[in-house]
Design a protein around this ligand. Structure first.
Ligand SMILES: [Zn+2]
Ligand SMILES: [Zn+2]
Length: 248
């Protein structure tokens, strides 16, 4: 499967990257993991927006879902006519939260655009992909996602503090796309985000093949986060960048 980084800026869009969004493709099926602020523009560099087949939201923070609002406009008001509904998976309350962000006065909701269902910690198939989710450690309901196809596996952490559930979900994966929002230091807020070192430790414990470090906020020193991650994980470790493509 192919992974394309649409946006990887942590917590808010930066000067060089939208907030979180990743495109995963296999056999012509296009799955989006998150659609954070700024990502809808960049996504058009890689795919026709009508060709997205499904969207999975890790959680309902604005840097992970807010560009669903302009995406509603695109699908609902397209000059060629309203687009087909596509599956949208997310935490409890996804429909109402996105609908409120789109237009609190609209009564009709977004069910003409999205077939919304709640992420559950069970296997789920979408096109050629088998998905599995685990609840991770963040102030709101948040999930890590494991995507498998053709014997390969990609695990996306979403946002999380230190999490045994993430280690278990990522066990033996080919790629762990893992957030690291902090450089190591004293007095970091607990149960919120990982440091580079912690991302490396999670990758190491899970014995993944490759660690892709993401979700570094613009106010954080990305090189330092990468160095801390690489020091804690003996195998391939790299920082992702917008528009980067990976064969998983
Ligand atoms: Zn985030
Ligand atoms: Zn978050």
């Amino acid at each position: 499967m192919k992974l394309t980084v649409i946006g990887c800026s942590g917590s808010f869009p930066g000067p060089d990257s939208p907030a979180s969004s990743y495109l995963v493709e296999h056999e012509g099926y296009r799955l989006l993991l998150d659609l954070g602020s700024g990502a809808l523009g960049a996504l058009q560099r890689h795919v026709d927006l009508l060709d997205i087949n499904a969207i999975v939201l890790s959680h309902l923070h604005s840097d992970h879902f807010l560009d669903l609002c302009p995406y509603v406009v695109y699908r609902r008001y397209h000059p060629a006519g309203p687009a087909q509904r596509i599956p949208l998976l997310g935490p409890a309350g996804t429909h109402d939260r996105v609908a409120m962000a789109y237009d609190p006065a609209a009564r009709s909701g977004l069910r003409d655009v999205f077939d919304v269902s709640k992420v559950v910690a069970e296997e789920r198939e979408l096109g050629p992909f088998r998905l599995r989710f685990e609840r991770v450690n963040h102030p709101v309901e948040a999930y890590a996602t494991r995507v498998e196809a053709a014997g390969r596996s990609l695990v996306y952490s979403g946002d999380t503090g230190a999490s045994e559930a993430l280690v278990e979900l990522a066990r033996g994966a080919d790629v762990l796309l893992c957030e690291a929002s902090f450089v190591d230091g004293p007095d970091l807020p607990p149960n919120l985000h990982l440091t580079g070192r912690e991302a490396g430790e999670h990758a190491s414990k899970a014995e993944v093949r490759r660690l892709l470090v993401t979700h570094i906020p613009p106010w954080t020193d990305a090189e330092q986060v990468r160095d801390e991650a690489a020091a804690a994980f003996a195998a391939d470790t790299e920082l992702v960048a917008p528009d980067a493509e990976y064969e998983v």
